[in-house]
Write a protein that binds this ligand. Sequence first.
Ligand SMILES: Cc1ncc(COP(=O)(O)O)c(C=O)c1O
Length: 365
Amino acid sequence: MVPLLDLPRIHKPIQADLERVAVEVLRDGKYILGPQVTELEKKLATYCDVKHVVSCANGSDALVLALMALDLAPGDEVITTPYTFFATVSAITRLQLKPVFVDIDPVTFNLDLNQIEAAITPRTRALLPVHLFGQAVDMDKLMAIATKHHLRVVEDCAQAIGSRWNNKMVGGFGDIGTLSFYPTKNLGGFGDGGALTTNDDMLAEKLRILRLHGMNPRYYHKVVGLNGRLDTLQAALLLVKLPLLDSYAAGRRANAALYKELFAKSGAKVEAPIEIPGAFHVYNQYVIRSANRDTLKAHLAKLGIGSDIYYPLSLHEQECFAFLGYKKGAFPQSEKAAATSLALPVFGELTRAEIEEVVAAIASA
Ligand SMILES: Cc1ncc(COP(=O)(O)O)c(C=O)c1O
């Protein structure tokens, strides 16, 4: 038995602190935008090495808020990947913007930067890269394309807090970065949560207003915003976990290295993930590829080993995005990834014996 993720195990060493701060919030009564929210934003800004962090209700709202802040017009085109979580693209369509997909690089699962320029049209306004599974996109290359074509950049860092490109934290390259504190993320909360990162004072101010119904001062609405705040309770709990974030990533990286070593010895027929030069991968997901993925997943399940598929259907093939007019075959690498990828347990608290068990099970498949 090896779980894909075991949150109570991760939280056990800090359980008493979590309970203490939760009770403090309950007794204190400042449930909305309490002092812990501001404290978390300040500490996250230091951690992410950006000027401003604006917390919000979840990573999906963060993407919507980011695109709202850029003042794009309906029909403007945003270039992004079809191989990501749904929310990256629903944020675009929700604002009547047009997602334009570019296929992924088969090694990193991230946007193939060599194909971006061919997708740029006179309506292109922004690039929306996703640092998928915790590995950074080559942001030097992406920002060079953005600068050349005068495009805005929103980085979806939902799976990648702490991830770096050439020693610089993701979320600090583009105009805005978005974070998620969904419980499975490396900085996972106890419910929904999210945040935005930016080095731009004006954008930070705009994001603060947008996440609060667009009002400033109170009951005077400059723009139509969202109720998109992070709860004080989540902020208080996340403040307990934030100092441990680097050790969580280190544990995941150590397990990824152990998998690599054991796969090489076992002769298992899988492609292990590759950390490309320049990237500091934080392995929010450890995703292998197998030609017999579905059989392998069933075999692991029979042995009590957790695994999951991120994601089984490329977004250009989703029913809700049929109106975009993409056909099957349009993005072969994304479709291939959807058919072959499998996420294995990688959280830092796994034991060596558990990783050995996973590798042995895969070798026996
Ligand atoms: C790449 C990506 N973008 C956006 C989101 C949305 O975040 P949330 O679940 O906090 O709304 C997620 C999280 O699931 C994600 O993995």
